[in-house]
Design a protein. Structure first.
Length: 339
């Protein structure tokens, strides 16, 4: 006989915020997470947070640095935190520009403390690792306050993307429609309706399961940010806040092309390691059967490269970024244009 025990109630988060989420005005504060270690016996991880509140109204939760080597979000959000004035706002804007702060300080996708990948670890744990504790704080304290959630991503050090804002196909069609309208307002050059293949543990899923309007982005990559993609992030976040009625005025709309990534056929993975040669550049048209990348072995001459072919027609939406590739790495992503 299977014996089940009732789950113990979760303990409170160990994170203490130095901001008061009920207070009007601008507050630049820290989320302090105790982290005892060799070089600091009673040390802490101090995660920057900014709250701008002006009375009742919608609440936006904005985050960058979910992965620590993606920079458009942090650049746009530190700037927004420095410039937003309470009189510009109706409601509340909560800004966490570098969500996985240890990873961000380290310039790496995952945390150097516990190897935690923030976007695979939700709902987190209050008694878990550092990354799990941060996730738990978002899950149980920050997300419940929010009406609309925007989490910035880019390709990081190993991928490069065409710039797009995205929301997920959801069972709740009302929330899905509101999310897609917000994606349209963001006005990136591309917009995507995403069906997540492995949604377990994602911040996206945590927000959506709480019924929140959730948006994400992929705005470039390569472990840096470009002038054009940072501009897209800055205009996009202001547009989303205008769309939500938090900032005055209408979104500055730009033409956008809608993309779909309907299945695993979008992705090509290297089977051998070697020199990676992309055969098309980001945004270029691809026909089913085209060679989109070649992997050249470099241990000796005289061997043909491995050819990776597009399994469907569309545009090249992402590519492996470093010059060398390992077996199993994602080499290319093809997305289907739907407009
Ligand atoms: Zn990311």
């Amino acid at each position: 006989m299977l014996v089940t025990y009732p789950a113990a109630p979760l303990r409170p988060s160990p994170i203490s915020p130095s901001v008061d989420f009920e207070k009007n005005g601008v507050q630049h504060g820290l989320l302090r997470l105790p982290y005892s270690r060799d070089d600091s016996a009673w040390g802490s991880v101090m995660i920057p947070i900014c709250v701008v509140k002006n009375g009742d109204g919608p609440v936006a939760l904005l985050s960058g640095g979910n992965h620590g080597d993606e920079y458009e979000g942090p650049l746009a959000l530190y700037d927004l935190a420095n410039s937003l004035k309470p009189e510009d706002v109706t409601g509340t804007v909560i800004i966490v520009p570098a969500m996985n702060f240890p990873a961000f300080q380290n310039g790496s996708r995952t945390s150097p403390v516990d190897y935690g990948n923030m976007n695979r670890i939700f709902p987190g744990r209050p008694d878990g690792t550092v990354t799990e504790k941060i996730a738990d704080y978002f899950q149980r304290y920050l997300l419940p306050m929010a009406d609309i959630v925007l989490d910035f991503h880019s390709g990081g050090r190993t991928l490069d993307f065409i710039p797009f804002c995205a929301a997920h196909v959801l069972e709740d069609k009302d929330v899905e429609a509101r999310a897609m309208a917000a994606v349209e307002a963001f006005s990136a050059p591309y917009s995507a309706r995403m069906l997540e293949i492995d949604a377990i543990g994602m911040y996206d899923t945590a927000a959506e399961e709480l019924g929140k309007v959730f948006l994400t982005t992929e705005l470039g990559g390569g472990g840096t940010a470009r002038a054009a993609t940072v501009r897209i992030a800055r205009i996009g976040v202001a547009n989303v806040l205008k769309h939500a009625g938090i900032l005055k005025g209408e979104p500055v709309r730009q033409p956008t092309r809608w993309l779909d990534m309907p299945s695993v056929d979008c992705f090509s993975f290297a089977e051998d390691g070697g020199l990676c040669e992309t055969m098309v550049d980001l945004g270029e048209r691809v026909e089913k059967g085209d060679v989109i990348a070649r992997v050249h072995g470099y241990n000796r001459t005289g061997r043909p490269p491995q050819e990776l072919r597009a399994k469907l027609s569309g545009v090249l939406a992402a590519r492996h970024y470093p010059g060398l590739i390992k077996p199993g790495d994602c080499a290319s992503v093809v997305a289907v244009l739907t407009d």
